[in-house]
Design a protein around this ligand. Structure first.
Ligand code: HAM
Length: 422
């Protein structure tokens, strides 16, 4: 009789040889962008004391309540846990090795995380993150910088359809006052709540705002907003973050209901979301956690960080038909003699700036060339016709992101291609 085969554990996936080149290319791209912003790698263990996550992430969170892979050390009975995320471990390491003693540190790490969730597309029990943490920075400049770093990475990967949501959840005192107002609101509407919300009313009322139950939509929409009650420093912090994002040219929406699933956050929280992944659309999320060092026994140390879900990025790339992350920055479309001359000179200047540019060969109408531009995977089409030649301006059309076509003088094109996601 044949011996039954053994399968991988549910929700824990093999990355097969056909897929590893995409993972590696993605890892290279992330490493390069982290280095550009001064982040250095820090590696922490996959197993930590359970108490680290209970204290760090919060005992009323979904992760700690029901998703941790915990087990007893056979020798001394100590409870250990496969890390569900990296931030708590990094802060533990920073405290243990006094990493921020002399100066603040920008660090990143990557690897597997474990959460006992119900597996579905984009949600697994073993998944992988890139995680970056700025330790010892009070912000808000560093908050904005991290968001800009991610924008640059999406841009580098040509990742389609990414949008940014931000919010501020204030400081602990403000949250305490808000929590009381929120509990009063939900108690007034107790009959409209489901069992989960009723339970959370006592343990973690802010998480009710995250409920996916459509029946709760109205009572949630009518709830007071924490963002409206912020004052003083945390309100100034949020205003400064918004100004900094505007300086970076990064578009965002303020989502006053964004609370995130971990308890260590204060002030800034943000998520980069793709609408192409269904229910699991959050590709990266993060925020500020100024109280976590103290909560874990360290000295007060302000900090901010984020993590990217690698599987979700890979899904987006694969669904866009991509087998590699090395796409050209732009595809040059040109029709007419004067336009072609202008196009070739501009393409050379862009290559001097380090950009990868494909120039259409073998002629063709605008329409045919645009089709080739789309098929090339390039992030932008640079369009040169008679009008552009006369005006000496280049028309830039985003191919992977929603956005209007714009016209720029040739010496402004490289900077635009390098920094703008769309
Ligand atoms: P998180 O929002 O729990 O944050 O996870 C970050 C990202 O990891 C999510 O946006 C998602 O892309 C991915 N992810 C989470 N759970 C799963 C899963 N079950 N399957 C696949 N992908 C998943 C954190 O983990 C924080 N430590 C981020 C952070 C760093 N905040 C400050 N510093």
């Amino acid at each position: 009789m044949a011996v039954p085969t053994i399968q991988a554990v549910r929700g824990m996936n093999d990355v097969l040889p056909a897929e590893t080149p995409l993972w590696q290319a993605l890892e290279d791209a992330a490493r390069a962008v982290f280095a550009q912003y001064g982040y250095v790698e820090l590696r922490v263990p996959v197993v930590e004391a359970t108490a680290l996550f209970v204290r760090g992430i919060g005992d009323a969170t979904d992760i700690v309540e029901k998703e941790m892979y915990s087990f007893e050390d056979r020798l001394n009975g100590e409870s250990l846990t496969l890390r569900p995320e990296a931030t708590a471990g990094i802060v533990r390491a920073a405290i243990e090795h006094n990493l921020t003693y002399e100066r603040p540190q920008r660090v990143w790490t990557a690897g597997p995380m474990f959460r006992h969730e119900r597996p579905q597309k984009g949600r697994y029990r073993q998944f992988h993150q890139f995680d970056a943490e700025a330790l010892g920075f009070a912000g808000p400049d560093v908050d904005a910088e991290q968001i800009a770093l991610l924008s640059r990475l999406w841009n580098k990967l040509g990742l389609p359809g990414m949008r940014l949501e931000i919010n501020s959840i204030g400081d602990p005192d403000e949250r305490k006052a808000y929590r009381a107002a929120l509990v009063a609101h939900f108690e007034r509407h107790a009959r409209a709540l489901d069992d989960d919300a009723r339970r959370r009313l006592r343990t973690n009322p802010l998480r009710i705002l995250d409920s996916k139950n459509a029946a709760l939509r109205e009572v949630i929409a009518a709830a007071p907003r924490l963002l409206d009650s912020l004052e003083g420093e945390s309100s100034q912090h949020f205003d400064a973050l918004r100004l900094a994002l505007a300086d970076y040219g990064i578009a965002y929406t303020v989502n006053a209901r964004l609370v995130r699933g971990l308890d260590y956050y204060n002030r800034t929280v943000f998520e980069w979301i793709s609408d192409r992944l269904g229910a699991q659309g959050t590709v990266a999320g993060g925020g500020r956690y100024d109280g976590l060092f103290e909560q874990l026994g360290g000295k007060p140390t302000p900090a901010c960080g984020f993590a990217i879900g690698i599987e979700r990025v890979v899904l987006l790339l694969r669904e866009a038909g991509r087998t590699s992350v090395d796409v050209p920055d732009a595809f040059v479309v040109h029709v007419g003699d004067a336009a072609t001359k202008f196009a070739l000179a501009t393409a050379e200047r862009l290559r001097d700036a380090g950009l990868a540019i494909i120039v259409n060969a073998n002629g063709g109408s605008f329409k045919t060339q645009m089709k080739k531009a789309d098929a090339s995977g390039a992030r932008w089409a640079l369009i040169f016709g008679d009008d552009e030649a006369v005006a000496q301006r280049v028309a830039l059309k985003p191919l992977r992101f929603p956005g209007e076509q714009i016209a720029l003088p040739p010496d402004e094109v490289a900077a635009h291609l390098q920094t703008r996601p769309s």
